[in-house]
Write a new protein. Structure first.
Length: 602
């Protein structure tokens, strides 16, 4: 029998590796920008066309590469970051695997212009699907200029499964933000289809956060700082009033690298226990400085999962630091020293001839002494005012009389709605033929409003209400991308939004059902849901917007309802196309059978 095992060609092996390293255009941006940071760049420009489908270009002013290094950089496991296995436990760079450029070259067409300082000419390299198509000297600036075109051109299955341009651009911006938040001393620019979305100047850490997410966040951040022998923790956490249901900006960084860590997230949220509503989250930007030998980043090619040697101890340090920041915020009074432009209020001077106001009173007044002049009563025939009370008292007494005749049952139900009972402001209980029906009032109202808003979007008719004072909302670059994608749906719902420039938008009109709500929080929650889910189909966008608005405008748990309100809610629920489940799949009602009730009481 002939041998069947053979070595794969390098081009095939690189395509397989690209499946893990290069998942979408955002992965290309992440790898190229990280390489630019490792190259010591002070200015980095990122330009994408069609959300990275057509081209991705990253230009930096770093060290650059020689002709030999430029050619060798695209070979698999070729890297300048480490030399031996022990270097993995003393990493000072973003990358170290040597897989990124080889993986990108396997699924795209690349042009590289690079030159080192001191060299007269640079190198121009062309690669297509792991094959070198050209190499020649060229005139270029110091640094590197990578241009990646036609991503996944030779893997059509991967290209077909890319999401819409707005979704892919949102993912690119997310990856970009995770890098720029760590390196505030580096200047970054970002252009999408020729439009500048970011122009970040060098500054400190807080200034970089405000440049990325808006200056309004300046009033929401509390500083966190603690230094121990195990680690140093710095950064910012949001105040309790900055909590959101969706899209709360939560970032962990360790040694200049973004990471996901649910265990540490719980430490931060535990500090806000009973300070924020259940289900809401506060923003935070936490930076860990840990000895490289105490962490392991070599777990996954994406390098967002990191293991800590002293995880539990660091958890306790983090929780204590966040609680201290919240405690200082609650106990230190705010003192406003900014008095410029405010009116001068003179102090009281007793020597300038002015006298204090005098209080006059009658020392002979006694409230228990009857006045000589009694007011004359203007009410005549006062006995008529109490007429009929005795008859009513007799009627109330007859309620317990055996001879009292109850009204006919048909008469009692003809003019009265069914009687419902509200339990703990959360559930509506009503009798049905098979037993006792229990309805979750919030989920029932979400189902009712969802179908109402979805009908408005499908029929292109929504009721709008002008607000007295327009609400101004400041959006990040990723939120602006999502807003443009759902703009039409918001207009059909009844929103009227005006673009004021620089990421600021004025909300002039809102749907009539949203009057009295915090419109800014509502908009952030809706855009956060859209950003998490991704929008590729128009119908899906309609459902997402309708569901987000329904959740925010539905009757909250704990709101007391009268019998008529409960009756209308029940009737509207059973007029919906689906009564058993909410739009997000949660159960709305349940029935306690009569047999089970009898069994409980036996």
């Amino acid at each position: 029998m002939s041998d069947i095992i053979q070595l794969l060609p390098d081009s095939v092996a690189n395509q397989i590796a690209a499946g893990e390293v290069i998942q979408r255009p955002a992965s290309v941006v992440k790898e190229l920008v990280e390489n630019a940071v490792d190259a010591g760049a002070k200015t980095i420009h990122v330009l994408v066309v069609d959300a990275g489908r057509t081209s991705i270009q990253v230009i930096d002013d770093g060290h650059g590469m020689s002709e030999t290094d430029a050619r060798l950089a695209f070979e698999r496991h070729a890297t300048s970051k480490i030399r031996e296995a022990n270097d993995l436990f003393a990493l000072q760079t973003m990358g170290f695997r040597g897989e990124a450029l080889a993986s990108i070259a396997a699924v795209a067409q690349i042009e590289l212009f690079t030159r080192q300082e001191g060299e007269e000419v640079g190198t121009h390299l062309s690669i297509s699907g792991s094959r070198y198509t050209g190499q020649e000297p060229c005139a270029c600036a110091v640094g590197s200029n990578f241009k990646v075109e036609n991503l996944f051109f030779n893997v059509p299955a991967r290209r077909k499964f890319l999401k819409s341009n707005s979704t892919e651009l949102s993912n690119i911006l997310t990856a970009f933000e995770r890098i720029v938040l760590v390196y505030p001393t580096i200047s970054f620019t970002f252009h999408s289809n020729g439009v500048e979305l970011f122009n970040l100047k060098p500054g400190n850490m807080k200034q970089r956060i405000l440049d990325v997410f808006g200056k309004r966040m300046n009033q929401e951040l509390l500083p966190v700082s603690v230094e121990t022998t195990l680690c140093k923790i710095t950064g910012f956490v949001g105040k309790p009033e900055s909590a959101r249901k969706k899209n709360a900006r939560q970032y962990f960084f360790v040694n200049g690298r973004y990471m996901r860590h649910p265990y540490f997230s719980k430490a931060v949220m535990n500090a806000f226990d009973r300070l924020v509503p259940v289900g809401e989250q506060v923003p935070f930007f936490i930076y860990f400085d840990v000895p490289p030998s105490d962490i392991d980043v070599n777990i996954h090619p994406v390098k967002t999962e990191i293991k800590f040697e002293n995880e539990q101890a660091i958890w306790q340090i983090l929780a204590a630091a966040v609680k201290e920041a919240i405690g200082l915020f609650n106990h230190v009074p705010s003192i406003d020293f900014d008095t410029q432009g405010k009116p001068d209020i003179p102090l009281f001077d007793g020597h300038n001839g002015s006298s204090a106001p005098a209080v006059k009173y009658n020392p002979q007044y006694n409230p228990f002494t009857a006045s000589k002049s009694q007011p004359s009563s203007s009410v005549s025939h006062w006995e008529d005012l109490y007429e009929g009370l005795e008859t009513q008292s007799q009627k109330d007494a007859n309620l317990f009389d055996d001879e009292f005749d109850a009204p006919n049952e048909a008469d009692a139900t003809s003019d009265m709605s069914p009687v419902h009972y509200q339990y703990k402001g959360k559930y509506i209980m009503t009798a049905v033929k098979s037993g006792l029906m229990i309805i979750d009032q919030h989920r029932a109202h979400v189902r009712i409003l969802f179908e109402k808003y979805l009908g408005m979007l499908n029929n292109r008719q929504g009721t709008s209400q002008k607000v007295l004072f327009p609400e101004v909302i400041q959006l990040s670059a990723s939120e602006q991308v999502v807003l443009k994608n759902v703009w039409e749906e918001l207009v059909f719902l009844g929103f009227e939004i005006t673009d004021m420039g620089n990421g600021n938008y004025a909300i002039v009109s809102v749907p009539s059902d949203a009057i009295g709500m915090n419109v800014v929080s509502l908009m952030h929650d809706m855009l956060g849901s859209a950003e998490e889910t991704g929008l590729s189909v128009k119908d899906e966008a309609n459902k997402l917007v309708a569901l987000s608005l329904a959740r925010n405008t539905a009757i909250p748990q704990g709101q007391v309802l009268n019998n008529d309100e409960m009756d209308n809610l029940v009737n509207d629920l059973f007029a919906c196309s689906s009564q058993n489940y909410s739009p997000d799949g949660k159960k709305i009602l349940g029935i306690l059978n009569q047999q089970d009730i009898d069994h409980l009481l036996n």
